[in-house]
Design a protein around this ligand. Structure first.
Ligand code: FES
Ligand code: FES
Length: 212
């Protein structure tokens, strides 16, 4: 979309792309280019709380782990920050905070994304699965059970991101081979070096045993 085009406006919401960007730090603007598609694909723009040009907060509505939630966020806040600090979904880890490690991986509208690399406002209307959404009560998800069985974690910091990345892979390809597993998890880093265990867990799940 062009900066000057009327298509940049969110009809009836009073927030256009230019005023939205003005409210953010330029560093975040640069890092958020990853998610331009998500921004344009959002069904509705967030609702600004300020009538001035400088937007200080806005309401964003997301469905997180099946629960629809609306909350006020600042334009500069990343999705990872909002998940952790506003919603206490601390299973989402922030390690590098710059799109390099995958610790903050969540599933958004069926795609795995680095939640540190997108603004919470960009998630308007999105369906999000965090690590807290995998288990059902005390019953672990098959991916979590496989990680435990294969001792696929040490410090555990990378584990939520790996498990969600693996879920994203298995949702797309229920029967990946080892090369496909390595490629599918290549956006995630484990500093403890548990890769062989993670790959063994993933291989066990191949063949449709990775659940939903
Ligand atoms: S914390 Fe987001 S990619 Fe590292
Ligand atoms: S288990 Fe420690 S970073 Fe992966």
């Amino acid at each position: 979309m062009s900066e000057s085009g009327k298509n940049n406006s969110h009809p009836g919401k009073g927030l256009n792309r230019r005023s939205f960007l003005k409210g953010m730090g330029t560093g975040i603007v640069g890092s958020a280019t990853l998610s331009q598609g998500l921004l344009s694909a959002a069904p509705q723009g967030p609702t600004p709380s300020s009538k001035s040009q400088d937007i200080t907060s806005a309401t964003v509505t997301m469905t997180i782990n099946g629960k629809r939630q609306s909350l006020e966020v600042e334009p500069r806040e990343s999705l990872a920050h909002v998940l952790r600090e506003r919603l206490q979904l601390t299973g989402t880890k922030i390690v590098c905070d710059r799109g390099e490690c995958g610790a903050c991986t969540v599933i958004l509208n069926g795609r795995t994304v680095y939640s540190c690399m997108m603004l919470a406002l960009e998630a308007e209307g999105a369906r999000i699965t965090t690590i807290e959404g995998l288990a059902v009560g005390e019953k672990l998800h098959p991916i979590q059970e496989a990680f435990v069985k294969h001792d696929a974690l040490m410090c555990g910091y990378c584990t939520p991101g790996f498990e969600l990345a693996l879920k994203g892979l298995l949702d797309q390809n229920p029967n990946p081979n080892l090369q496909e597993i390595k490629r599918g998890l290549s956006g995630n880093i484990c500093r403890c070096g548990t890769y062989p265990h993670i790959f063994n867990a993933a291989l066990e799940l191949a063949g449709g045993k990775g659940g939903k």
